[in-house]
Design a protein around this ligand. Structure first.
Ligand SMILES: Nc1nc2c(c(=O)[nH]1)N[C@H]1C(S)=C(S)[C@@H](COP(=O)(O)O)O[C@H]1N2
Ligand SMILES: [Mo]
Length: 322
């Protein structure tokens, strides 16, 4: 429920007003990022939903890594999405992702490792204790959410395949199946969606191999059955619906860098001091239920996770390595 403005008594709110307010809020967000050139996502259907059944995923809260900030509602987190394989509008993933077949599902972990393996999703779910981590995730478009994610540190999986000393990077490849993903027909990105991290970033305990959110298995529009969450980087580094994890010697070419190298670098650490070439990254709108009254808040370096990750970039010029 997005409308929670305390200045307005609930009796004043008709369902219609709620819908209008919701549309206004989404327009406000959209206008803030109008420079993205995505006019079409102004007209988001407020009630888009998938019909997929919801399944519990028990997890233990990790207090150290969890923020206590107000959480984004389940409804907003599952209807306002970026998942271009299903279309470019914010409501397309919620509308079309039920076509995605998330079982059976395997992930291949390969490349510069001693023990390459292809693991079934059920084996992956059991590989390490499931944690809940309430993370901020900030999109490069200028909005952010606070979501309780369920997963475990990616390092558990990487250690299991025994990386070779020559492995310097990890490449993450998402499913690209035009039969299940209508957005693939459009050449908006170079499919499959490819992302990457430096080995030490991938091994950092904050990097979460993610299977669920809000105590349930991931909804398809949020990247079921397995995705990455890298909370100190812009949201596009948090790849959805992964099928391959490949350790490499050379820095992998990412889909976003390939499409617009000046706009999206390999590192993409959240950095209020470095503007995107077409808009500032100094502030963001938090999607936390305050609707159009949500003030812009200041964006923190490394999205507020500097105490855990700033050391990874000691001595690097983060303007050059954006
Ligand atoms: N495969 C894939 N992963 C993706 C994307 C995508 O289009 N395809 N979009 C990214 C972007 S831009 C963001 S902001 C986050 C959004 O995650 P959410 O919809 O779960 O909030 O997913 C990221 N992961
Ligand atoms: Mo994003």
């Amino acid at each position: 429920m997005i409308f929670k403005d305390p200045r307005i008594h609930p009796s004043q709110i008709t369902p219609r007003a709620i819908v209008e307010n919701r549309r206004q809020w989404l327009k406000t967000i959209a206008l803030g990022s109008a420079a993205m050139g995505m006019g079409s996502w102004l007209e988001r259907d407020a009630f888009a939903k998938t019909t997929a059944p919801r399944e519990k995923l028990p997890a233990k809260l990790n207090e150290q890594y969890s923020t206590r900030e107000t959480q984004t509602s389940y409804e907003d987190a599952t209807t306002y999405n970026n998942f271009y394989e299903f279309g470019m509008d914010k409501d397309d993933p919620a509308k079309f992702a039920d076509r995605l077949q998330t079982r059976p599902w395997t992930v291949s972990i390969e490349g510069m490792v001693k023990k390459p393996v292809t693991l079934d999703i059920d084996a992956l779910l059991k590989l390490a204790p499931m944690e809940e981590r309430v993370y901020r995730l900030r999109c490069v478009e200028g909005w952010s959410m606070v979501i309780p994610w369920n997963g475990y540190a990616l390092s558990h999986l990487l250690n299991r395949v025994e990386p070779l000393g020559s492995a310097k990077y990890v490449e993450f490849i998402s499913l690209a199946d035009p039969k299940q993903m209508p957005g693939i027909k459009r050449p908006v990105l170079d499919w499959p969606y490819r992302e990457g991290l430096r080995m030490d970033e991938a091994m950092n305990p904050l990097t979460l191999l993610t299977f669920g959110m809000y105590g349930e298995l991931l909804p398809k529009q949020n990247g079921a059955p397995i995705r990455l969450i890298v909370p100190w980087k812009y949201g596009f580094k948090s790849s959805k619906s992964l099928v391959t994890i490949r350790l490499t010697e050379k820095q992998p070419l990412t889909s976003w860098s390939a499409s617009a190298p000046r706009e999206y670098g390999f590192y993409s650490n959240v950095n209020p001091a470095v503007s995107h070439p077409r808009w500032s990254q100094a502030t963001e709108r938090r999607i936390d239920g305050r609707g159009i009254f949500a003030p812009k808040i200041k964006t923190e370096p490394f999205n507020g996770y500097g105490e855990y990750v700033a050391k990874l970039y000691a001595g690097m010029d983060l303007r050059k390595f954006y």
